[in-house]
Design a protein around this ligand. Sequence first.
Ligand SMILES: [Zn+2]
Length: 92
Amino acid sequence: MPGLNWAARWLTSPLTIPGKQVIMLLVLMALIWPLLPLLLRIQRWEERKQLRTSYLAAGHCPSCDYDLSAQPKQPDGCSLCPECGAAWKISI
Ligand SMILES: [Zn+2]
């Protein structure tokens, strides 16, 4: 494969080491850069999940902080928030 031969020659060429390191660092950054938004989204998703869990553990609606402890449970086990209309499964 011509591309791999070129890469093998480039890697074994007597190019100065700092030049190779800079180019390889740029290639690595170009490969990792598109993953950063995904990693940030995963981090935000985990933070929101923890926040939602803490609201539900306190018996409050995670959307509007309405106290759901006095709300009757629906047949599916969820409690409807009268303030915002969201349904939450609270395990108190
Ligand atoms: Zn609500």
